[in-house]
Design a protein around this ligand. Structure first.
Ligand SMILES: Cc1cc2nc3c(=O)[nH]c(=O)nc-3n(C[C@H](O)[C@H](O)[C@H](O)COP(=O)(O)OP(=O)(O)OC[C@H]3O[C@@H](n4cnc5c(N)ncnc54)[C@H](O)[C@@H]3O)c2cc1C
Length: 491
């Protein structure tokens, strides 16, 4: 679209939306929309035509109806903490910010549920449930900021998801609007719902099937006690094998996380969590429940970890010490931000027994692409979070970082894993989706999208690669010069 045409289109869209929104709920000047130009994947940026900030469901419906009538793409946005570019705006589209949907509508301590608006922060649900000794279990490290609407769209996970499940397992009902602006509901507040249960379809659909406005979540009782083991290993293979051994022993820890030496060094310098800086890898293994259950499980886990070659074990003695152990893990991303101008956080999964193999492969890739990488991950789930460190102001470093990232994702697939664990595909992993899925499988996913959004206006260009993209990527791979994001805007 040329500049004149683009500005005419912007005026047309703004005029149409002004009929439905108060003046303060619509912005379109570049200086106002720039804060919305990316999410947590900051390497890619794009300003939208306009940003709508509705305050009522009627306004959400009106924005969607208006955009549908004009054929304008709509990208829903929560807190913008996504790491895969899912909320990156569409250049000819409207960003629909749900930030003002931030009310907790009901806490039901008897039914152990909460009804919340989509813009409520993840942690705010647990804070509101705390007086009833309840909490919302899925705990992304971004929980202080990310919204439940974003969590639903990404099927977000966290440390506790090994034992308590992902967002999908903790959500009962999702209410929202289709691309045409019609109300739609998935799931129910009962244990099951009548007809086809499409809840699992909308959870993890990356804002491509519907816009969520309200969510009913399950709450779980706060455990009476939680204790955490910090175990050091002098070899990443021993640490990886220990993770598989804990699960093989029939134990489901409340959290089982791993960090490699570069990561512990970065974190320790930042939060002083007391990590063993000599260790090649450390594991954090948590147990929760009644004091008797915790004592028994900590004993069993300690025995397995020692058998697997742990060089040191410390068990948290009180709540302060447990939180100190976790403070390092929870601050891993900001700690990486202190040692590098930029980082790209990957998110593939692999079978637990291949943890050491992928870590060793990543060490080789650091040499191949001449970039550093720190590793922190939900080891119990086999969900990796390699943080590739780079400088986005250097186009060559950005390019090498993209190649490094694609290599990690595709090596994970070759090891029997998947390209995404909990951060979604967004724009980041589109090419690697071509490696994991056949053209037919990707087409089936488009079929589901078309059933909800025939005009293809909700978050287009995300999550599912087109046939053409896969063909182009295939040719690049054959030529050996992979371009991870051929058609994305660059700095
Ligand atoms: C420091 C840091 C740590 C993180 N740790 C974790 C972690 O441990 N586990 C984890 O899973 N993720 C983690 N993330 C990623 C991110 O926080 C999650 O993906 C989160 O769910 C995104 O929520 P958000 O509100 O910021 O959504 P956004 O980034 O605004 O949007 C994410 C996607 O959801 C869609 N969306 C948002 N709201 C709606 C809605 N109401 N209706 C329809 N679609 C919507 C958007 O279109 C987009 O596709 C982390 C991110 C950061 C920056």
């Amino acid at each position: 679209m040329n500049a004149l045409h683009a500005s005419e289109r912007q005026s047309q869209v703004v005029r149409a939306l002004q009929a439905h929104l108060p003046a303060h709920a619509l912005i379109w000047n570049a200086e106002d929309t720039t804060p919305y130009e990316c999410d947590g994947l900051t390497a890619y940026r794009q300003r939208p035509l306009a940003v709508a900030l509705p305050e009522t469901e009627a306004q959400v419906a009106a924005v969607l109806k208006t955009c549908h009538a004009l054929g304008v793409p709509v990208v829903a946005r929560g807190a913008g903490t996504g790491l895969s570019g899912g909320a990156m705006p569409n250049a000819v589209g409207v960003t629909l910010s749900l930030a003002k949907f931030n009310s907790i509508l009901k806490i039901d301590p008897v039914g152990r549920t909460a009804v919340v608006q989509c813009g409520v922060r993840n942690l705010a649900i647990s804070e509101a449930a705390a007086p009833f000794n309840l909490y919302y279990a899925p705990d992304p490290s971004s929980q202080i900021a990310c919204t439940i609407g974003g969590n639903v769209a990404e099927n977000s996970g966290g440390v506790h998801c090994l034992k308590y499940g992902l967002t999908l397992h903790n959500v009962l009902r999702v209410r929202g609007f289709t691309a045409e602006g019609e109300a739609i509901e998935f799931g129910s507040e009962a244990l099951d719902c009548a007809g086809l249960d499409l809840l699992a379809l909308v959870v993890g659909s990356e804002g491509m099937l519907a816009v969520t406005t309200e969510v009913t979540v399950k709450l779980v009782p706060k455990p009476r006690l939680a204790r955490c083991i910090m175990a050091s290993f002098d070899d990443v293979r021993k640490a990886g094998d220990a993770v598989a051994a804990v699960i093989a022993a029939g134990i489901i820890p409340a959290g089982l996380e791993m960090m490699d030496k570069p990561m512990t060094a970065a974190v320790e310098d930042f939060v002083r969590a007391g990590y063993d800086l000599e260790a090649e890898a450390i594991l954090l293994c948590e147990s929760d429940g009644t004091p008797e259950e915790v004592e028994e499980e900590i004993g069993r886990m300690s025995a397995v970890l020692r058998d697997c070659g742990a060089t040191a074990l410390s068990v948290s003695r009180d709540e302060d010490e447990r939180l100190k152990f976790w403070s390092g893990r929870k601050n891993a991303f900001p700690a990486s931000g202190r040692i590098s101008p930029d980082y790209m956080c990957l998110d593939s999964t692999i079978p637990r027994k291949r943890l050491a193999d992928i870590l060793l492969a990543i060490q080789q890739m650091e040499k191949k692409y001449n970039l550093r990488c720190c590793n922190v991950f939900h080891a119990g789930d086999g969900n990796l979070h390699p943080l590739v460190l780079f400088d986005a102001n250097d186009p060559d470093e950005l390019h090498r970082c993209e190649l490094f990232g694609a290599d990690i994702l595709e090596t994970s697939v070759a090891m029997g894993g998947t390209v995404s664990g909990e951060h979604g595909v967004g724009v980041e992993k589109l090419n690697s989706m071509c490696v994991q899925f056949t053209a037919e499988e990707n087409e089936q996913m488009f079929g589901v999208k078309r059933a909800f959004d025939p005009a293809g206006l909700l978050n287009p260009g995300k999550a599912i690669p087109t046939l053409q993209r896969c063909a182009e990527y295939g040719r690049e791979v054959v030529r050996g010069g992979r371009v991870a994001h051929p058609d994305l805007p660059r700095f």
